[in-house]
Design a protein around this ligand. Structure first.
Ligand SMILES: Cc1ncc(COP(=O)(O)O)c(C=O)c1O
Length: 400
């Protein structure tokens, strides 16, 4: 495929093994340029069928889907929503936007919240828990839902990072009272952006109809996304710095809209490729696990049920610092110097000065683990040869 080769050779001029490249070719481009008029409805019914979900609504982002889930639960000022601190900041914004109070909870060794880590954060004001599946590793939803029922609180199953994963034979996103999916940057399946709200609890009212996104916004986002992925090495620090300075944390990244036909049509193409994308990621992850399993000081992800949207490893024994551990920073530099692009996993939100007020009690596991976390590239354009190069580089770092 001509386009694939062009994309790959262009990217290779920046990184030999890039972290994040959308698995797009002519089909996605064609879907974007001439989407069917009923693309959004078609996506909704395909997802309803695939996930055995009841009510599905395609919206402009995963964050908007969380906002709508909380709103349909009637959550507002004075209500508390429990959320792990080790989560992408966009999952938190909808809680603040509704003037509710987030309360941070701890995680277990698999980087997910559990019934045991959530329970200490509950108070009589708690109305909901938001449960992400970090990097694609399924959280233990059955226990969380059972505990939430005892305390009469809602559960939002945040499967933004875990499309197609399942727990106990039930698809992620389809547990609890409401679930969300995301088709935005860095997810297993990608459009230029997009999210899905799944309402599983029949008592929750459906959100009102949403406006359409203006085409100029969608086009601008598509162009920005293309540039952003390709020039990531050079632009990413600026995006991060600019983003942090500019945007208050309670502001939603995208306006609350219905998913665009362009994004829905691209998502349909990605859905058709789901098995291929998943198999390539899993194959890469399994190769890395096999090649790195005997490296001392490196903890690898646990494969069962994992979608490997991120391949997060833990390095070394972190010291008492408020930054990433020196070992992780050194590994990051070492890999970059060999043309391999790693990614740092989210900074815990309770460490941000403007969010520290939402920390009620210590989070020992989060505090112990986050400094040593780093993600290695397993994206679907890569293959076994790339994994060997990556594993050799990681081994080389540990040998120095
Ligand atoms: C766990 C989690 N939830 C929600 C979101 C928000 O999704 P979106 O980027 O589509 O708004 C993200 C985004 O990275 C995420 O990682």
């Amino acid at each position: 495929m001509m386009l694939d080769r062009k994309i790959r050779s262009f990217l290779n001029s920046f990184y030999r093994i890039p972290y994040l490249v959308p698995y797009w070719d002519e089909e996605e481009l064609e879907a974007f340029l001439s989407p069917p008029r009923d693309a959004v409805e078609a996506l909704e019914s395909e997802l309803t069928r695939r996930l055995s979900a009841s009510r599905v609504m395609a919206v402009s982002s995963g964050q908007c889907a969380i906002f709508l889930a909380l709103k349909s639960m009637g959550i507002g000022p004075g209500d508390e929503v429990v959320i792990p601190s080790l989560v992408c900041r966009s999952a938190l914004a909808p809680i603040l936007r509704l003037s509710a109070t987030p309360v941070f909870c701890d995680i277990a060794g698999d980087l997910n919240a559990t019934a045991e880590t959530i329970e200490p954060a509950l108070t009589e004001k708690t109305r909901a828990i938001l449960v992400p599946h970090t990097g694609g590793k399924p959280a233990r939803m059955a226990e969380i839902v059972e505990m939430a029922a005892r305390f009469r609180i809602f559960v939002i199953d945040d499967a933004a990072q875990a499309f197609g994963g399942d727990h106990g034979g039930r698809f992620l996103g389809n547990w609890g009272d409401a679930g969300i999916l995301s088709f935005s940057a860095g997810k297993l399946l990608m459009s230029t952006a997009g999210g899905v709200l799944i309402l599983s609890n029949p008592n929750l009212p459906a959100p009102p109809p949403l406006p359409a996104e203006p085409f100029a916004v969608i086009l601008g986002r598509a162009l920005r996304a293309m540039l952003r992925f390709r020039l990531r090495k050079h632009t990413f620090p600026f995006f991060l710095a600019f983003d942090r300075m500019r945007r208050p944390v309670q502001q939603l990244e995208r306006p609350l809209c219905r998913m665009s036909v362009q994004d829905a049509a691209m998502a349909m193409v990605q859905l058709r490729k789901h098995h291929e994308i998943q198999a390539r990621r899993r194959g890469n992850a399994e190769t890395l696990i096999r090649l790195l399993s005997d490296v001392e000081g490196l903890t690898l992800p646990d494969p069962p049920g994992h979608t490997f949207t991120k391949f997060i490893v833990h390095v070394g024994s972190p010291g008492p610092c408020r930054e990433k551990s020196p070992q992780v920073l050194a590994l990051h530099r070492f890999l970059e110097s060999r043309g391999i692009e790693p990614e740092f996993t989210h900074w815990p939100l309770h460490l941000r000065p403007d969010l520290a007020q939402f920390l009620r009690s210590p989070l020992p596991v989060t505090d112990r683990l986050w400094k040593g976390l780093i993600s290695l590239p397993v994206q679907p354009w890569l293959g076994p040869g790339d994994m060997e190069v990556t594993a050799d580089a990681v081994r080389g770092y540990f040998a120095t």
